[in-house]
Ligand binder design. Structure first.
Ligand code: T6T
Length: 340
């Protein structure tokens, strides 16, 4: 069955409200209809309220997701409410999820910062009859989800391993700098990397570190790894901040071209490091498509077209290198840094 085209272009109003501790919570409503968050559609003309809670609101990956979701919301004439913490922190995300339930949105799109701790807060929506779709990260137990949309994280980890092995001539020591355990995406990237590294028998993994999503911690981890392992030839930074920090550590130790860096994502600082050859490969995701598809799926379930939804979607990765970084077919996927 083809999706009904319900295009209805209305003026955009955006309202910014910051609540609680100024640094903790951001909430923006992109309104295309008569009603805003807190009420179910009063009539056929009223619009659905769809909430998108990213892992954090300041991360270019999620900002790019927000741009895609916003465009799809405008196309479908639904209200999108962008709401979340400014740092990657489960103890901040849980109360935001809980308090947002009281506004009775029509659907929840969310990137859970922990694959277990967010189960109960998300399940409360399902118990209230509100469909929940995970975007990017997901839950260990996905049984309550209408859909889970992400990128092929395991394959991304494999690609990083192959790239480092090729650059290092299939010999030497490598290390992983990850975010924290329990983050479904980066755990899969690490798993793909470690499994693929097993194919390179002249190479060994000497360490896996966790930086709590801090580039400064990742940088000091990288410097310590270089000092501690004379045979180190490669570091895999499993996300934006881990890769940026790892690269800065390699650069500070003047090991560019000796310790190869494979990273994830494509925000401006990383892209600059890639063009300088400090980062050698970036596995780039398509967060705009993840956001747009999630809004589309929410609309499908709310308008009774559940059969159009795939329960699990893994979007392909794009591989950027120092050599192809200026190629428009690659640079079109570089991340945005603003929602507007
Ligand atoms: O790599 C992305 C995202 O896919 C991951 O789940 C968390 O980190 C990022 O947001 C980048 O910072």
């Amino acid at each position: 069955m083809k999706r009904a085209n319900l295009l209805s272009k209305k003026g955009w109003r955006s309202r910014l409200a910051t609540a609680g501790t100024a640094a903790a919570l951001v909430s923006t409503a992109f309104v295309t209809g008569a009603t805003v968050a807190g009420t179910a559609p009063a009539s056929a003309s009223a619009k659905y309220n769809i909430v998108l809670i990213p892992g954090l609101t300041t991360d270019p990956f999620y900002i790019t997701m927000g741009v895609g979701a916003k465009a799809e919301a405008a196309k479908l004439g639904v209200n999108l409410i962008w709401k979340g913490a400014t740092t990657w922190d489960t103890s901040l995300e849980v109360p935001i999820v809980n308090s947002t339930l009281a506004t009775h949105p029509n659907a929840l799109l969310i990137a859970p910062t922990d694959d277990v701790a967010l189960f109960k807060p998300m399940d409360a929506y399902v118990k209230a009859g509100i469909p929940v779709i995970s975007v990017d990260t997901t839950l260990l137990d996905q049984s309550i989800l209408t859909a889970a949309i992400s990128s092929d994280n395991y394959q991304g980890g494999e690609a990083a391993a192959d790239a480092i092995a090729k650059l290092a001539g299939d010999k030497g020591q490598v290390a992983v700098i990850n975010v924290e355990k329990g983050v479904s995406t980066t755990d899969l990237r690490q798993a793909g990397f470690l499994a693929e590294m097993k194919h390179y028998t002249n190479m060994s993994v000497v360490a896996t570190e966790y930086d709590q999503d801090s580039p400064t911690t990742a940088e000091s981890d990288a410097r310590a790894l270089i000092l501690g392992h004379k045979g180190l030839v490669g570091i895999f930074g499993t996300n934006l901040y881990s890769a940026e920090g790892a690269a800065k550590g390699v650069d500070a130790a003047s090991m560019k071209g000796k310790v190869f860096v494979a990273g994830y994502d494509a925000e401006p600082a990383e892209v600059a490091l890639l063009k300088q050859g400090v980062i050698n490969i970036l596995v780039i995701q398509n967060p705009a498509e993840e956001g747009s598809l999630a809004v589309q799926y929410a609309y499908d379930v709310l308008t009774g077209h559940k059969s159009l939804i795939k329960k699990s979607v893994l979007l392909p990765n794009v591989i950027a290198t120092t050599a192809n970084a200026n190629d428009p077919s690659v640079s079109q996927y570089f991340y945005k840094t603003s929602l507007s």
